[in-house]
Ligand binder design. Structure first.
Ligand code: BGC
Length: 461
């Protein structure tokens, strides 16, 4: 016990108290008087109690140190399966550590992120949390000082060459310090379809490329057959915002995209308005119960043949895998109309909390997340491709191989809907303006609101 431990100090004060009592009573009684025996008993009782308390603080702390709290919003079928694969990889390397799965349901993190912010502001952080790189990581977590850098992990594990250098440098690094470890990279601009339903309605897909006209022609055929062509589950409005984001890219292309997010193109540019009009047209083909469904329920509706298409990031692939659907036979995919040659990057990483309650375990977790084994186990279930570029491709199915090829050769652009390309305030206005648009279909209002939001947030004007 250290010489000034609270226990020692207490022991000293009890001894002092006893000496004082004894000193006072000894003036009147002999040392073996009942008063002196009583003092000794009380002292022994208190000391015993303190000893038990002291021991329990040690055992509690030891038990607590063997925990790891991981915060995410991975709760759908494919998401939970992917997370579980990361947990298994971690447990096999760290058998004594208990994982606390602090996930908050809600696609795109719409419910989880506010909970996380409250915890961070209240200095009650989980050890590690899911984050998108780019502005979400930098503005919401690094700038307020909620994260510790993890640069050393890259050095000690030889990761400098394993992860895509540009992505790490441009979206995860500040002042030469790296702030997250990527688990996987999703592709946002994918149009999924029910193969049998399209065949039954005489719709042929020219693999890889689809124009807006071809898409609307297919939608009309389905509409004539009484089938809602486009499955949307926007109980979390981000899912409709994603349909717009994909359509916007289909019109402005990757060059236009960087112009928009660097201020060289305005949000009321004719091209943006054209994208808003196409978005409005798509809404005519959407399932009527869209606002009652979550994104994964919309994918389920596609599997059940209730809708034919869904424009959604490839976490949707995780749902097909979880449901044992067969590639090509049951479901297929293609670039969202007009977006062939581009890849909307929606990457998932994990952070290290400043003052993490279980820092050693958090570092071990990040080491697992960045390991080849964990990345090879996670992405086949989650729908993403591994962030590491040195994985064994033969372990991946047809969709993943397609996405890996696209990541290697296509233009990569950052997602606004998933917090990478724009500040949270702009992302929120986009969600709000999409909510309003579903009702009023007012193109000018949509565009002008975004111009205003770009002016007010730190997005270049
Ligand atoms: C995340 C994915 C997740 C999706 C739907 C995205 O923001 O990056 O990992 O599966 O939201 O919840």
């Amino acid at each position: 016990m250290p010489s000034n431990s609270p226990l020692k100090v207490l022991v000293r004060s009890i001894r002092g108290w006893r000496n004082k009592v004894e000193h006072q009573t000894s003036r009147h009684r002999s040392r073996s008087s009942p008063g002196s025996v009583w003092c000794k008993k009380v002292e022994l009782g208190i000391l015993g109690l303190l000893f038990v308390l002291w021991l329990s603080t040690f055992t509690c702390r030891a038990a607590d140190e063997n925990k790891l709290e991981v915060f995410s919003w991975w709760t759908s079928g494919g998401e939970a399966a992917g997370l579980e694969a990361l947990f298994s990889a971690f447990k096999s390397q760290n058998p004594g550590v208990e994982i606390v799965n602090a996930s908050v349901a809600g696609g795109g993190g719409s419910a989880a992120r506010p909970v996380l912010q409250t915890r961070l502001a209240g200095r009650n952080p989980p050890d590690t949390w899911q984050t998108h790189p780019g502005l979400e990581l930098m503005d919401q977590y690094v700038a307020p000082g909620y994260c510790e850098p993890v640069t050393d992990l890259y050095k000690t594990n030889g990761w400098d060459n394993a992860f895509p250098k540009n992505l790490v440098a441009s979206m995860m690094t500040r002042d030469r310090k790296i702030y997250a470890v990527l688990a996987g990279v999703h592709r946002g601009n994918v149009l999924w379809y029910n193969t049998k339903l399209l065949e039954a309605n005489g719709i042929k897909i020219n693999f890889g490329k689809m124009t807006f006209d071809e898409f609307f022609a297919a939608c009309d055929k389905l509409k004539a057959a009484g089938i809602p062509a486009l499955g949307v589950g926007d109980s979390g409005i981000w899912a409709s915002a994603e349909l717009f984001e994909n359509t916007l890219l289909g019109v402005v292309g990757p060059q236009g995209w960087s112009k928009l997010f660097s201020g060289a193109m305005q949000w009321d540019d004719p091209q943006v308005k054209q994208a808003i009009k196409l978005f409005a047209k798509m809404l005519d083909y959407v399932n009527p119960d869209h606002s009652a469904l979550s994104w994964d329920q919309a994918i389920k509706a596609l599997m059940e043949g209730k809708v034919a298409f869904s424009s959604m990031g490839d976490w949707a692939d995780g749902e097909f895998v979880a449901a044992h659907e067969k590639e090509r036979e049951d479901f297929g995919w293609i670039n969202h109309p007009g977006t062939d040659g581009s890849f909307i990057v929606i990457a998932d990483g994990f952070t290290l909390a400043r003052n993490a309650p279980h820092k050693e375990a958090a570092l071990a977790w990040l080491k697992t997340v960045g390991s080849k084994e964990a990345q090879e186990a996670f992405s086949p279930l989650k729908g993403s491709i591994p962030a590491r570029t040195d994985v064994d491709r033969s372990k991946f199915d047809g969709y993943h191989q397609w996405s890996m090829d696209s990541f290697a050769k296509d233009q990569l652009v950052a997602s606004c809907v998933h917090g990478e390309a724009a500040p949270a305030a702009f992302q929120q206005v986009l969600n709000d303006v999409v909510t309003a648009f579903l009702v009023d279909k007012n193109v000018d209002n949509f565009a002008n609101t975004l111009v205003q939001a770009a002016r007010e947030s730190e997005l270049p004007k």
